[in-house]
Design a protein. Structure first.
Ligand code: GDP
Ligand code: MG
Length: 442
């Protein structure tokens, strides 16, 4: 599937960033180029591609990295945010309330996937406890009513139509009357070839007659960048409330359609990623990008990253880097990791780590962290600030106080010394591209 290909090439581009020994200008430029290539292959508009890659490069190179996160994390975040941005805003939620009927009208050219989408949407709302019904106003295509009837049966949703009636507005009004006690009524409409003029006239008339709460434009996801033209033409005729991009499953050009549509102003509300009746989902740009990149839920990682930005003041970061790293600092690090949830969740949120760590190793690491927290808790404030004073007798006391073994206390102290040394070397190296602001790389 084309979207998967786009996802894997974007992911490969990021993977190079994770693996690069240093995050310098060359790595960032290469990343920007790789992303360009990936987006162009997915048929995203050239101008847009250049815009995105330039923004990524500029932000990655110039933006100040917030204290407490690594340059790599920052670059990942930038890529993620910029990809999300180009997919458009998340639409305001469709508020469907029991007892307050919502009328949704689907429009779009013939073959775009309206009828299929109507049934999928009906099932979607029905499953969420809303009393849903379908109305077929397609008086043009022979068998249109039968098609919707058949799909509605699969969705287990009632459908109204009248194959003998030619006036589509009349059918719509009759249908609305019949389903007056429903929560959601979805109106499927005819879409005539590409004679857009008469189609759009028809759509306007019908819209006036039934005054739907939202007009949803259905776009065929396989048409690539043309999607923008189509969406624009419809949008100019009647305000389109939102867009549903269908057929994103088989598409060779999914990235093109998505990005094109996202630029016209109306938000994408739903996407359809398969032929089955259940294959429909709300479109959340950030989640979509996360999944596209196969990164687990990067959104929540970013939220955590943001929390961490608030928690670790810059002053403290500087102290770390100057080698003034005490056990109190280390304890705070453990605490902030704890507030991020079990270690395995934290690691799963880190791009590239998704599948690599064996479960037993995770458990061991989690246990060790727990123990170390308790050990540090059993120290006096002075010992935490100046771990050097921890003599054999003090170590014995701490072990007893924390219910651990002396060996474990010593192990913690070894770890602490290692970390401190690492930070000192990092500072001395003055990584090329960060200058004084150098941060641990991973
Ligand atoms: P309409 O003319 O706009 O009502 O379009 P239809 O709903 O009749 O769909 C046209 C064709 O596209 C049919 O053959 C559908 O089975 C197919 N189709 C619609 N939606 C999807 C989808 O999300 N994925 C795939 N693979 N096919 C779809
Ligand atoms: Mg149809």
């Amino acid at each position: 599937m084309a979207l998967e290909r786009l996802g894997s090439s974007l992911y490969e581009a990021l993977r190079k960033v994770f693996k690069a020994p240093v995050m310098d200008e060359k790595t960032v430029k290469e990343l920007a180029r790789d992303i360009q290539r990936a987006l162009l292959q997915a048929d995203v508009n050239v101008k847009l591609v250049l815009e995105i890659s330039k923004r990524i490069e500029d932000r990655a190179l110039k933006e100040k990295v917030p204290p407490g996160i690594s340059r790599r994390e920052h670059v990942t975040k930038v890529v993620y945010e910029e990809l999300t941005r180009f997919l458009g805003e998340k639409p305001a939620p469709l508020k469907t309330e029991p007892g307050k009927r919502k009328v949704l009208m689907l429009v779009g050219i013939q073959g775009s996937g309206k009828t299929t989408a109507a049934a999928k949407l009906a099932k979607y709302f029905q499953k969420r406890g809303l009393k849903t019904a379908l109305v077929c106003t397609d008086t043009y295509r022979p068998g249109a009513y039968a098609q919707l009837q058949q799909l509605a049966k699969r969705a287990n949703v009632p459908v109204y139509g009248d194959p003998k009636e030619k006036k589509y507005a009349k059918i719509a009004l009759n249908g609305l009357k019949q389903f007056s006690d429903h929560d959601v009524v979805i109106i499927d409409t005819a879409g005539r070839h590409k004679e857009e003029k008469s189609l759009i006239e028809e759509m306007k008339k019908l819209e006036k007659a039934i005054k739907p709460n939202e007009v949803i434009l259905v776009i065929d996801g396989t048409i690539g960048q043309q999607a923008a033209l189509q969406a624009k033409a419809f949008h100019e005729a009647t305000p389109i409330g939102s867009i549903l991009v269908a057929k994103l499953d088989g598409s060779a050009r999914g990235g093109g359609a998505l990005s094109a549509v996202a630029t016209i102003g109306a938000p994408i509300r739903f996407i359809s990623l398969g032929e089955k009746i259940g294959d429909i989902e709300p479109f959340v740009p950030s989640r979509f990008v996360g999944r596209l990149l196969g990164m687990g839920d990067l959104q929540s990682l970013i939220e955590k990253v943001r929390e961490a930005e608030v928690k670790v003041p810059e002053r403290k970061m500087r102290a770390f880097l100057s080698g003034r790293f005490t056990l109190t600092d280390m304890y705070e690090q453990f605490e902030s990791m704890k507030s991020m949830g079990p270690l395995r969740h934290v690691l799963k949120m880190i791009p590239g780590m998704t599948y690599n760590i064996p479960e037993e190793m995770m458990e061991t690491a989690e246990d060790a962290l727990k123990k170390w927290r308790v050990i540090i808790q059993s120290m006096t404030p002075e010992e935490r600030e100046k771990p050097k004073i921890l003599s054999a007798s003090r170590i014995r006391r701490v072990a007893r106080g924390s219910g651990t073994k002396e060996k474990e206390v010593k192990e913690l102290l070894e770890r602490y010394n290692m970390l401190r040394k690492m930070m000192k070397t990092l500072r001395r190296k003055r990584l090329p591209f960060f200058g004084k602001k150098g941060l641990p790389l991973t």
